[in-house]
Structure formats: C-alpha cells, structure tokens
Design a protein around this ligand. Structure first.
Ligand code: MRU
Length: 358
C-alpha cells in the first residue's frame, strides 16, 4: 500500500495509480491507469468506486485523455464522453468531467500541464471539503457522547470512507474525526449486499484506523434501532436533488425508514459536487444504475485454500435483479452534512445555502 490514506495518486511517470478495490480486504494491490480508456474501465468495473473517488479518477481521466490527444479534438471529445458514461448514478462523474473540460477550453499554454494542474486542484478542493464534513459530523457525535455519557453507537451503510471520497471520506469522516477527539464510539457496519462494500471496504478501513466496529447483515438495522442500539446513522450520497432527496447504495432507503420510525437521527454526508440542482424530485428523476445479476447470484471471498474465489449462492437457473442504488425521500432525512454546513433536506433551505451555484 502507499502508506498513507489515499485511494489514488499520480506516480513518478505521471500515470494515475489507484487502489484496486475489487480485491479488498483480502488482497492489497494497486492498478496503474495510463490512458483515459483505463480510467473509464476502472470506473465501470469498480476497480474504483464511491461517488467522490469516481469524480477524482474522472478528473485525472480527462488529464490522461489530453496527454493522449494533446488537443481538444473530436478524438478527445469521444474519450471524455465515454468516461462520463462509465456509470450513471454518481453525479460527481459528470461534474468532474464537465468542469475539467470547461477549464481546459478556457486555458492557454501547454494543455497537458494545465490538465494535470486542474485535476490536482479539483482533488485538493474535494479533500478540503471532506475535512470540513468531518468536523461538522464529529460535533454531532460529540453532542451525543456528552448527553449520554457512554459509548456512541453509529450505523453506516455501504462505504463512504477514504476509499470512496478523498481524503477522509464523507459518512466515515465524522467517525474518524470523533475518534481523534477521543470520543468512545462503535460502528455498526451494514454488509451491503450484493457487492459487500460495507463488509469488505468499510470494515477494512475502520480496522486500519483502529475504530471499534461490528459487521451486521443488511436486515439487522431495524432490530437494532428498535432496541435503542443505534444513536445516529451516517450515510454518503451519489446524487442529491435540489429538494434533498438522496440517491445512495441500495438499502439506504430501508435504513432511513427504520430510523424515522424509531426517531434515530439519519444524516447524509456529501460535498457540494454531489448535488444535482437540475433534479428536483429525486425519486422520479435520478437515474438508477442496474448492474449484472451475477453480482447477486455469486459471492466473492477468501477460500480456505488462500485464493479469492467466486461461488454461486443461488439455484443454477434462478434469475436475479440488481439495482445499485435507491432514493431516500427528503422527509426521512434529519440533515445534510455538507462543507458549507448542516442543512435541512428541504428545497428552500438548500436554495438559500447554495444560491450561488443554482
Ligand atoms: O456502487 P458504489 O460502491 O460506487 O456505491 C457507493 C455508494 O453508494 C456510497 O455509499 C456513496 O458513493 C457515498 S460515498 C461517496
């Protein structure tokens, strides 16, 4: 590994090196992306995933495209269009590509140098936002710790740590910050079928940082909330509508319903780049990715022979359906933690705080 908490970095050759997230937690290895096509494939096959990191890789993907074409010609346009289409739900992908292309179209001088500088700048900005989200979210955890005077139990779904958003994550950022403040906490980690980002990635990340955690089957959250075993829920987001509806990993909606039923605060953490201000009604208009049914039919894990293997867990002929995301309507959300502050999931409140971007 690279020794510090980073999901991607430019290596000495100027290529993009990323942690291969498909093999974690059993194999820790990286992939080198040399071309825009490499970046597109890494996003599509989920070598890299998580809305923020998809956007980060996309920004460097535009740099790699310029390195190939040198000019913003039709070949360049085709490459960046394919990059933009690699996955449909996380709006950070389109945001990063469009911002990079716009900046390059207005640039003068050496375009390759400029593209590299812009991709680094975009990533530095996103990293700053993650730090602010960490501080704001940790204040919520600290308030619970002071009020209850005991360990704080947090539930999270999928992976929204530093593997998903540089450099500290979104939903996990407050947890890391709270731990640094010395707050006693424990995290319930939803396994997050079918790809198990919770069991594989969140548990691995938390373990690296020495955060106490317990992996639970996806259906356990309601029971825990019913019995007062969850103080607060933090999830990330892949796209948030102007009225505060949140697209996130499939299963998030059910957790929000359970949290609402049991008056457990349910917070969504994300940077401004995850807003899609063009969409008002998220349930109706956020595009939801459908993935291969084999992700449901098979599971991947470490065999006792030491190899990472894929096994069929359903009858041979059974079909499966695999929606990657769902949308949680704003009424089930306690608050949206952004780098600008914690805002109600409400059209007018959001328009007020983000007036300059709308
Ligand atoms: O399919 P994935 O692994 O890319 O989905 C990731 C999630 O849904 C995360 O919870 C989300 O991106 C929030 S973290 C930016």
């Amino acid at each position: 590994m690279n020794g510090i908490y980073k999901a991607l970095w430019l290596n000495e050759e100027g290529d993009l090196e990323v942690i291969d997230q498909t093999l974690l937690p059993h194999v820790e290895t990286t992939k080198v992306l040399k071309t825009c096509e490499d970046a597109t494939l890494a996003i599509a096959d989920m070598t890299v995933r998580g809305a923020g990191v998809i956007g980060s890789v996309a920004a460097f993907g535009v740099y790699l495209a310029v390195r190939q074409t040198k000019i913003l010609d039709s070949e360049f346009n085709a490459k960046v269009q394919a990059l933009k289409d690699a996955r449909p739900t996380a709006v950070n992908l389109q945001w990063a590509v469009e911002l990079m292309v716009e900046r390059l179209r207005n640039a003068s001088g050496d375009l390759v140098v400029k593209a590299k500088e812009e991709a680094i700048a975009l990533n530095n900005d996103e990293a700053e936002k993650s730090l602010e989200i960490a501080r704001l979210g940790a204040d919520l955890i600290e308030a619970i710790a002071k009020r209850e005077n005991r360990k704080v139990n947090i539930l999270t779904h999928c992976n929204a740590g530093w593997l998903a958003v540089i450099d500290m994550g979104t939903a996990l950022a407050p947890i890391y910050e709270a731990k640094r403040r010395g707050i006693d906490l424990h995290v319930w980690v939803d396994e997050t079928r079918p790809r198990n980002q919770g069991a594989n990635l969140t548990a691995w990340e938390l373990g690296q940082d020495g955060v106490e955690h317990t992996i639970i089957a996806d259906n356990t959250g309601g029971h825990l909330m019913q019995h007062g075993m969850v103080d607060i829920v933090f999830v990330g987001a892949d796209r948030v509508s102007r009225q505060g509806d949140v697209a996130n990993k499939i299963g998030t909606y059910l957790k929000a319903l359970a949290a609402h039923a049991h008056s457990v605060p349910f917070y969504v953490a994300f940077p401004t780049s995850t807003f899609d201000f063009e969409v008002i009604d998220g349930v109706k208009d956020i595009p939801i990715e459908t993935r291969s049914e084999d992700e449901v039919r098979y599971m991947v894990g470490l065999h006792e022979n030491g190899n990472v293997e894929k096994v069929l867990v359903v009858p041979q002929g059974s079909r499966a359906l695999n929606y990657g995301f769902d949308v949680t309507p704003n009424r089930y959300i306690t608050g949206l933690i952004t780098e600008r502050g914690i805002v109600d999931a409400d059209l007018l409140k959001i328009e007020e705080l983000f007036e300059d971007l709308i």
